[in-house]
Each structure stands twice: as structure tokens, then as C-alpha cells.
Design a protein. Sequence first.
Length: 234
Amino acid sequence: MTTHATPRKSALIIGASRGLGLAMAAEYVARGWRVTATVRGDGRTALHDQADAADGRLTVEAVDITVPEQVVALHSRVAGTAFDLLLVNAGITNGDVPVTDVSTETFNRVMVTNALSPMRVVEALQDVVLRAGTIAVMSSRQGSITLNDRAGYEVYRASKSALNQLMRSFAVRHAHDPHTLLLLSPGWVQTELGGPAAPLTIGESVPRLVDTIENHAGEGGLRFVDYQDHTVPW
């Protein structure tokens, strides 16, 4: 009798040197996936330490997603692998500053990092994702226009709203593409970005995020959901 082992799933995680991305890479490795995850520079990071302990199931690549040529080069390096999941994790903030006090340079940097660059990655790497696979992008509850009843962090909010709109346009342009598309809200988490006062730990958010991604595997279409798999209003 011939037996067939279940193929191990694979994920490509963009932006995993720290915080949520680092924890997502660890969670997928712990669940038996093969993971390729990226850092921005050439220096050693905690992700490299994870790779050393992952028995060959975690590969580290370097890419700065704000540099289009580096994204193209990454595509060339991973083109031989078919991934079940592409997860793009990117986010910076300029702090809680009213938009009238933000320089044009800072505004551009936040928008390019949080909105334009993730979408360039999605466009460039969509073809390495299996047709029944998932393309997920880390958004935020603060990107919801409906839920903006407190103001604050205006440029960060605007960048995540822009990301959501661009992902919606991508979904429309690729309406007949079978990929599942997800915008993810991880909750307010105790990371460098979220700060120590955040109510959620990484350990409380990340496993639920991974469960949420898996809940929608193979469904197709675009959804904006949080770490509890609740729909977030646009």
C-alpha cells in the first residue's frame, strides 16, 4: 500500500524582523508550515535567530519594499516556490500629530511605506501564490472611516484607509482571480508601534490572526476582518 504525506504548506511573510511579523513567522513555523520571511536590511535580527532553530523550515530574505528594484529582485529569488499565503506586514507612524503639523516629507514617507509599497508587493508577487491561496495585508482598525470617532494619529489612519482603498481597487481589477484577499486588523497590540499601553499582547493577537486567515482559505473575494474574525466596517 502506498501512503502519501500531506504536503506542507508554505508562506511568504514580508516584514518579519520584529513585532507582529516576527511573531507571525514563528506561529506558522510552529504550525508546521515552511516559511520564507523578510527583513529590511543586511544585519542580523531576531528572525535569523528563529531561522537557526527552525530545522530548515524558515528562510530569511532581505528586501526594502520601498525600493521597487528590491521587490523585483525578491520576486526573482522566490519565483520557483508556490506559496499558499503571501502576507504583507508593513507599518510606520509619525506619532499623534495633527495633519496640519506634518511635513510633506513625513506625510510622503508614511504613505509610501504603509499604502503604496505594500500594494507594489502584492502586484509583483501575486503570481507566486497558488490560485487557491491567500494574499493578506496588515491593515488596522484605524483605517476604518466608519470607526473614526476619536481622531488622532491622522496620517497613520489616512495611510491605512488608502491601503484599504487600493486593495479594494486591486480586487475589482482582478475580479475573476480565485485568490482570497484579506485586509487584517490585529487589534491594538503591545508592539513598538502599538506601545506598552495597548490592551493586547502579541501572544493574544497573532494566533487568532493566523486562525482568521485559515478560516477564509479558499473562499476567494476580499474581506476586511480583525483578529477575532469580525468584519471591520470600511
